[in-house]
Write a protein that binds this ligand. Structure first.
Ligand code: ADP
Length: 407
């Protein structure tokens, strides 16, 4: 019987999952799906890796009780994963703080430590941890592994990690962590396979999706990232501001804007949505709209991305390659071409034919720095981590095996 890993990515209003068959050095996705409308009648959908829909159904309302939802999910998997046994659940956890710089098998102690980090990521961490607790209740004997979005960036230099604030705040955790780490780690891994010379060099990876950031990598390791203390920093995103002068926040507070409103403004109403005057947060909508505000939103996105690629290249002391990934990076030839033109001074010369094809190397033969499109797969990275963490934990006598199961 083959082993499989259940991957969970739990958010405030939806839970995404994937099941990956566990091989020795690679994993293959068997099925992917999501649960939405968690506090109403949950909508459960699942497709095979080939895109065949294998579930599209509404479940009885559970009043948001996730242990019931996860129980139903495990039950569904029991009936749909012929010949596979679940070995573990791997969870995407947004914040590992300074302590968790690698994936970890969850024990009650680990869970308590992760809960201490909730103030650092109040919009995401509670949902990630709730999913771990719910899964423990639904399937008490399934080991769980937490994989962190921050971990890949843990090796940043002191200067890259700091804000110019009094040192005590840094010690209290007010520092630049960086996010999208599971995506960047997957890209680093893929690069080592498809472009090993480039992987050893100075590369800027552009993760351009609804959430967007850049990572400066040298020899497959993160040197700096545009995201900092939270996933609000850096590039403009679908609905998030990206970098903003902190003085604007002080001004809005002075004007009487409350915390909730401000949070909603910065996370939900800004970015492409705000810039376009409400036309949309989706790049496809903006590219397809003939309106000036949509064009200005796209211009701003390209402008800031080019500007920050320059900053990341400066951190690296030059640029050997630029890698595009995530929804916009993988699928929009137009945005890639525009960003590429903005980076001509860094030696990027994108070949229009290769760019239209949209996979692999897209730079021309004369390009001084390479440009690539590499699809990301955070679920695969989590599954690989879960397998690795289980192996490590199994050989660590200090961890009682009982501990895995009683979260
Ligand atoms: P998330 O951060 O939610 O995982 P994705 O990586 O799926 O997001 O990226 C979503 C973004 O990708 C959206 O802005 C969407 O418009 C954009 N996108 C997807 N396909 C295309 C396309 N063909 N052209 C332009 N943008 C696209």
């Amino acid at each position: 019987m083959d082993d499989a890993i259940l991957v969970i990515n739990a958010g405030s209003s939806s839970v995404k999952f994937a099941v990956a068959e566990a091989g020795d050095h690679a994993v293959t996705t068997l099925v992917k799906g999501k649960l939405t409308r968690l506090d109403q009648a949950p909508h459960f959908t699942a497709t095979t890796d080939a895109g065949e829909v294998v579930a599209d159904t509404f479940w009885e309302p559970t009043g948001g009780r996730q242990e019931i939802l996860f129980g139903k999910l495990v039950d569904w998997l029991d009936h749909h994963l012929d010949g596979h046994t679940l070995l573990a659940a791997g969870h995407r956890v947004v914040h590992g703080g300074t302590r968790f710089t690698a994936p970890v098998v969850v024990t009650p102690r680990v869970l308590d430590d992760l809960a201490d980090l909730i103030p650092l990521a109040p919009l995401h961490q509670p949902h990630n941890l709730e999913a771990i607790r719910a899964m423990a209740a639904a399937h008490p004997h399934l080991p769980q592994v937490a994989c962190f979005d921050t971990a890949f960036h843990a090796g940043h230099s002191d200067a890259a990690m700091r804000f110019a604030l009094p040192r005590a705040l840094h010690e209290d955790g007010v520092r630049r962590y960086g996010f999208h780490g599971l995506s960047y780690e997957f890209i680093a891994r893929q690069m080592a396979r498809v472009a090993p010379d480039l992987a050893r060099g100075r590369v800027v990876v552009a993760h351009l999706g609804n959430g967007a950031s850049l990572c400066a990598m040298f020899n497959g390791r993160s040197v700096d990232s545009t995201m900092g203390f939270t996933a609000l920093d850096g590039l403009p995103m679908g609905t998030r501001t990206g970098s903003i002068d902190a003085g604007v926040i002080l001004y809005l507070l002075d004007q009487g804007m409350g915390h909730e409103t401000l949070q909603h403004l910065l996370y939900e109403q800004s970015g492409l949505l705000g810039l376009s005057g409400g036309i949309g947060s989706d790049m496809r909508t903006l590219l397809g709209s003939g309106r000036l505000e949509a064009a200005q939103a796209v211009d701003y996105f390209v402008y800031r991305t080019v500007r920050d690629i320059g900053a990341m290249a400066a951190c690296l002391g030059g640029l050997d390659g630029l890698v595009f990934t995530a929804g916009i990076g993988e699928r929009s030839a137009e945005i890639r071409a525009r960003i590429g033109r903005g980076c001509a001074w860094l030696g990027i010369d994108i070949d229009p034919v290769a760019n239209a094809r949209g996979t692999g190397c897209i730079s021309g033969a004369m390009s001084r720095a390479a440009a690539w499109v590499i699809p990301t797969d955070e679920e695969q990275m989590i599954a690989l981590h879960a397998i690795e963490a289980l192996k490590t934990a199994a050989s660590d006598d200090r961890i009682s095996k009982e501990e895995f199961f009683h979260v």
